[in-house]
Every structure is written in structure tokens, then in C-alpha cells.
Design a protein around this ligand. Structure first.
Ligand SMILES: [Cu+2]
Length: 156
């Protein structure tokens, strides 16, 4: 730019600063892989557990997947779903042959009942807070809905 600085009103400098910040944000967004979407599937089925003749096809779609550390996982409950759902980590604790499962220790979409993921809503898990590794999760409302993902180190 060849304009003398004194000709640049403060508002122009503000605009240039804003443009630079937008550029930085855009560059960061390009570095990150796109958000990974997971769908809650209940197929409008009544809430009956497996083994009941009216049990539906409850699942996460996809059920098992891989993402990169820092990637956002967006859990979408479609507006056409019958139920609210949730996403809670499952962590095993205890001795080798006497294990128990602790839900929600690493991540939890719905720590209180009013935070369930309603039909038409989404919940985003930011994986930058997790170490690379294997993770299991379930829906506490329909605990037979179970999924897992592999979190890979960025750049590996
Ligand atoms: Cu559910």
C-alpha cells in the first residue's frame, strides 16, 4: 500500500484489522478436518429394550468410526426421530474379571435431564480435550444404543 499513513482514517485501519482476523480464522478452519456427523436412529420405534418383540432399530449411524484429535463430532437427532437421545462416554474400571462401567466420566451431552438432545437438535463433542485412543459411548435413555470411535493423533 502506497498511501501515507496519515491519509488512512482510523476506521480503515479497523477494517484492515478485521479483514486480517477473518483471514486467520479462515486459515484455522482449513487446517481442521470437517466436522464428523453421527445420526441418532430410532426409526420411530417404541422404547422397548432388545428382546422385546416391539424393539426398534435403535442405533448410532455410523456406529463405529474414526476421527482425528481436534475434529468435532456432531451428533444429530433428526426432527423425524421419535425420542430425545444422549451421548455419554463409557469407561471401564475395576479388576480384570470384576469390571464396572462408569458413564459420562469423559464426556456427557446430558448431565441433567433438561439437556437431552431433542428431536431436531445436535450436540457437538470437541475431541481436542481427549487423548488419542479408543472411546465407547452410549445413550443413557436407551442404554442399548452403543457406539465407539477411534481418535487418531493429528498429523499421524
Ligand atoms: Cu437414545
Amino acid at each position: 500500500m502506497h498511501l501515507p499513513t496519515r491519509l488512512l482514517p482510523a476506521i480503515t485501519l479497523t477494517a484492515i484489522s478485521a479483514a486480517l482476523m477473518v483471514g486467520v480464522t479462515a486459515a484455522r478452519a482449513q487446517d481442521q478436518p470437517p466436522a464428523f456427523h453421527v445420526l441418532f436412529v430410532d426409526n420411530g420405534a417404541s422404547s422397548r429394550p432388545p428382546g422385546n418383540a416391539q424393539h426398534g432399530s435403535y442405533t448410532f449411524a455410523p456406529t463405529h468410526f474414526a476421527v482425528v484429535q481436534g475434529q468435532q463430532i456432531v451428533f444429530d437427532n433428526p426432527a423425524t426421530a421419535r425420542w430425545p437421545h444422549s451421548v455419554e462416554s463409557l469407561v471401564w474400571t475395576g479388576q480384570s474379571n470384576v469390571k464396572s462401567i462408569t458413564p459420562g466420566a469423559l464426556f456427557d451431552s446430558s448431565p441433567t435431564p433438561d439437556l437431552v438432545i431433542n428431536q431436531g437438535d445436535s450436540w457437538t463433542l470437541d475431541t481436542s480435550m481427549l487423548e488419542p485412543g479408543q472411546y465407547a459411548f452410549y445413550c443413557y435413555i436407551h442404554p442399548w444404543m452403543v457406539g465407539s470411535f477411534s481418535l487418531q493423533a493429528a498429523g499421524s
